[in-house]
Each structure stands twice: as C-alpha cells, then as structure tokens.
Design a protein around this ligand. Structure first.
Ligand SMILES: Nc1nc2c(ncn2[C@@H]2O[C@H](COP(=O)(O)OP(=O)(O)OP(=O)(O)O)[C@@H](O)[C@H]2O)c(=O)[nH]1
Length: 195
C-alpha cells in the first residue's frame, strides 16, 4: 500500500469549516480525502465516518441508496460536536467502480437485489479494501474513534488495522420507496444493523 499524504487546505461547508487533507494512492491511481474539524490528534476518541464514494447518492441526489443522507448526517454530527473526521474513500460501488455500479443497477431494475447484481457481474458482494485507511489514521495521529456506521464489517476492518473503535454510533436515515429493498438487502445479506 503506497498511500501518501499530499496537502491540506480549508473547506468551508454548509455545516462549518473543515480542514481537507489529500491522500494519493499512486499505485491504484486513486485520490482520497479526509475532512477534519477540531484537534483530532489529541488522543481523545474521534467522532468519525468512513464513507465510500457514491457519486449517485453523494453528488447526484439519488434516492436508490442511503449514501447522500448518511454523508450529510455525518458532517452535521461532526460540526455539532466541533470535532471529528470524515474519511472519504474512492471505492465507488462497494469497490466495483461507477460503470459496474450502473450495470448492477440495470440488473436491479430487472429484479436482482444489490448482492445478486454484483455476483452476476462476477464480483463479490463487497469488494472494498480498508487498508488504505491506515496511513491516513497515522498521518492524522488518530488511534481511537467513535464510528458512525450501521456496518459491523467496517468496525472489524478498523480494529484489524489497529484503530480502536470505542463506540459504534448508528447512522440511520429515512427510507423511501426507491431504497427500501436495498436497505432490506443490506440488513438481510450484508449484516447491516438497522433499528
Ligand atoms: N455495487 C453496488 N454498490 C452500491 C449500491 N448502492 C450503493 N452502493 C455503494 O455502496 C457504498 C456504500 O458505502 P458506505 O455508505 O460507506 O457504507 P455501508 O457499507 O453502506 O455502511 P454504512 O457505514 O452503514 O453506511 C458506496 O460505495 C456506494 O457507491 C449498489 O446497488 N450496488
């Protein structure tokens, strides 16, 4: 893994002023970003969100998933505390990429669920690799977090990297007719904790 810190700048947002840190994975040709607020390196557990890229949900207002709402809720929660970190990982489509996600959506339009669609395309249900987080946590001197997620595998992945997850904070957003099946499948097949 060759992720390296590149640079920082301020990022004013609707939820307040964040510091934006760039990381480059030259090997994978990926650029990742971390937004922080407050002193995250002081040894106290950090309110954190590890968010995988979802262009459709995060930027194009899609209601097929819960990604955009979770992203906003996480930034709001960090701003409300005045301290925290959002790790925005370029792992679109649970690691299969944007074009394959569009192919997966087409299969879902024809009746497949989100896991079956991945499998029909020859992928596992979740192709993400969280090891890219390690150099980011090290650079920011964060070793323990209160993690906003419904995904127990994310908690496990961080623990395996040596980051202590002192608390898992559920991140539930409103469902809608377009994402109900997707959320049911995440709970039923991917182990996400809802309710
Ligand atoms: N392959 C595939 N990826 C999807 C689909 N819907 C959303 N995604 C991707 O799923 C990922 C969701 O990432 P996160 O919100 O960080 O993680 P999560 O596993 O849902 O867990 P939480 O922390 O509880 O949100 C993003 O990369 C989305 O692009 C889908 O139907 N198929």
């Amino acid at each position: 893994m060759t992720v390296r810190f590149v640079d920082s700048a301020s990022l004013p947002t609707a939820w307040g002023e964040f510091d934006m840190h760039g990381f480059e994975d030259a090997q994978a040709n990926k650029e990742h970003v971390v937004l922080t607020m407050g002193d995250v390196g002081n040894g106290e557990p950090v309110l954190a969100r590890v968010h995988s890229e979802c262009l459709t949900g995060d930027a194009l207002f899609s209601m097929r998933c819960d990604c955009g709402n979770q992203l906003q809720a996480a930034l709001e929660a960090i701003a409300a505390e005045g301290r925290g970190a959002l790790f925005y990982l370029r792992q679109e489509g649970r690691g299969i990429g944007l074009l394959n996600k569009i192919r997966a959506y087409k299969l879902q339009d024809a009746g497949a669920d989100t896991v079956e669609a991945n499998e029909r395309l020859g992928f596992g249900a979740d192709m993400r690799d969280y090891s890219i987080l390690k150099p980011m946590f090290d650079h920011l001197a964060i070793d323990s977090v209160r993690l906003m997620t419904n995904n127990p595998r994310k908690v496990q992945a961080l623990e395996e990297l040596g980051v202590k997850v002192v608390e898992r904070i559920p991140l539930h957003t409103h469902s809608n007719p377009h994402n109900e099946k997707y959320l049911r499948t995440k709970a039923g097949k991917l182990g996400h904790l809802f309710g």
